[in-house]
Design a protein around this ligand. Structure first.
Ligand code: UDP
Length: 426
């Protein structure tokens, strides 16, 4: 019997960003009788523990700070030429390549832009086939132009195959041909779907008791309790994602001030934390909440491990990115939980949300448009229920690991298997 194909999965970070959660979900579901995953991470972090708990062989090879701390949205043309960082990347890649050889790896899969470069060098050193799994749009709005252009150029000759998390991400690579690339959406484990004890339509007997929401952050004056019950149950509108300017939490805050004018009891929840040092944005959001007098209804819940159960309590999920979102896992998670979505029209989002069917698409950075769409849902519980149901159906048919992992597996089998056969002939 054939031994499983050994795949080395490479990521520069062990923080729980969308790409890393996507990798985790893939590895949790990967058929271990056919594939033996070996994860190499550039740092320690919460992903390590989760991978270990999933029984995945994981190893940390620490990246030097010159490389690890370079933020992709702050790189410039000059950073491509920083000799010190180039030398350190080469040395690091050589070390990782040796580790891959010692583990008798058959295939390299890279999961982040930094890992793409390192994996590209490893493939060059070892002769192993390489799959780039791209979770970011390679456009000037998202990355500095010279960096985006360089990576787009490398796309053509470094990887053997490219997986993009949406058609929009794939289009941003501007590949001359599409024969060595595919769109495979990010898959959510279907069991992650919240219990759906939803706030969509409150159960008739649910009056009376006070439900405490998770403790908020340091914005004074926040109301920390909800009053459930058919008559006075406040609607809950939430946004989930790391706190960073381009995710547009500030747009929701401005929109909340308008929504509040029409639905004074609405509660707004901001779920997620600043992940890559964007603490000043978080402070700015909290300041703005106080300026707008929203301290009693806007809750900052910080990073949550169990997003599913919070999603379950929302009436409306908002996604507010002001740049084209490459994919938007949180939208599929909300849909899988039966939530109607108000999302900005850009990038991969229209591939997920069917406008007017599973939610509303609104222009990016358009406060009034967002407020209007939220109000349309708040005033119509039947519409919320209908859109939630459609969303759940669409998400379970297209955006779970039941669909995405078999697609990745057949790719791994094809590329890893071909390499094995080539080595056997040699
Ligand atoms: N997430 C989480 N806890 C939080 C906020 C976000 O686990 O407090 C998860 C969220 O459920 C989603 C991922 O982080 O699975 C974010 O992925 P997305 O594609 O939406 O955004 P990215 O961070 O990749 O740009």
């Amino acid at each position: 019997m054939q031994t499983p194909i050994r795949i080395s999965f490479l990521d520069h970070t062990a923080k729980l960003g969308g790409a890393e959660l996507s990798l985790l979900n893939t590895l949790q579901k990967l058929d271990r009788s056919r594939f033996a995953p070996f994860v190499i991470l550039g740092e320690d972090g919460p992903l390590v523990q989760k991978l270990t708990a999933a029984g995945v062989d994981t190893c940390i090879v620490p990246l030097e700070s010159a490389v690890a701390d370079a933020k992709k949205d702050q790189l410039g043309a000059s950073s491509l030429l920083k000799l010190n960082a180039v030398w350190k990347t080469l040395k690091y890649s050589w070390r990782v390549a040796r580790l891959m050889r010692s583990k008798r790896v058959d295939l390299i899969h890279t999961n982040s832009l930094k890992a793409d470069i390192i994996g590209g060098l490893c493939a060059w050193f070892t002769g192993l086939p390489l799959i780039w799994h791209i979770h970011d749009r390679l456009e000037g709005a998202y990355l500095p132009r010279p960096v985006a252009a360089t990576i787009r150029h490398l796309c053509r000759w470094l990887p053997d195959f490219i997986v993009a998390n949406s058609q929009s991400t794939l289009d941003s690579l501007r590949l001359p041909t599409r024969d060595r690339s595919a769109v495979i959406f990010e898959g959510i484990p279907p069991e992650q779907r919240p219990a759906f004890t939803s706030a969509l339509i409150p159960p008739p007997e649910s009056s009376g008791s006070m439900a405490t929401v998770p403790v908020c952050d340091d914005v004074s004056g926040l109301n920390q309790t909800l009053l459930p019950g058919p008559a006075n149950k406040p609607a809950v509108v939430g946004i989930v994602g790391r706190l960073t300017q381009w995710k547009g939490q500030h747009v929701l805050i401005e929109a909340a001030a308008l929504v509040r004018g029409r639905f004074p009891n609405t509660i707004f929840q901001i779920i997620g934390s600043a992940m890559f040092g964007e603490n000043s944005y978080e402070a700015m959001l909290k300041r703005r909440v106080m300026e707008l007098g929203l301290g009693d209804c806007m809750q900052f819940l910080g990073f949550q491990d169990d997003v599913g159960s919070l999603l379950d309590r929302l009436d409306v999920l908002v996604h507010a990115s002001i740049l084209e979102e490459p994919f938007g896992r949180v939208i599929t998670e909300g849909m899988l939980g039966g939530k109607p979505v108000v999302a900005t029209r850009g990038g991969g989002v229209p591939e997920i949300v069917l406008d007017g069917i599973t939610g509303f698409l609104v222009p990016m950075a358009h406060v009034a448009g967002m407020a209007d769409a939220i109000c349309k849902l708040l005033e119509d519980p039947i519409l919320r229920e209908k859109m939630g149901r459609e969303g759940r159906k669409r998400a379970s048919e297209h955006f779970t690991t039941n669909q995405t992992v078999p697609q990745l597996e057949s790719l791994f089998e094809r590329i890893g298997g071909a390499h094995r056969r080539r080595v056997a002939v040699d």
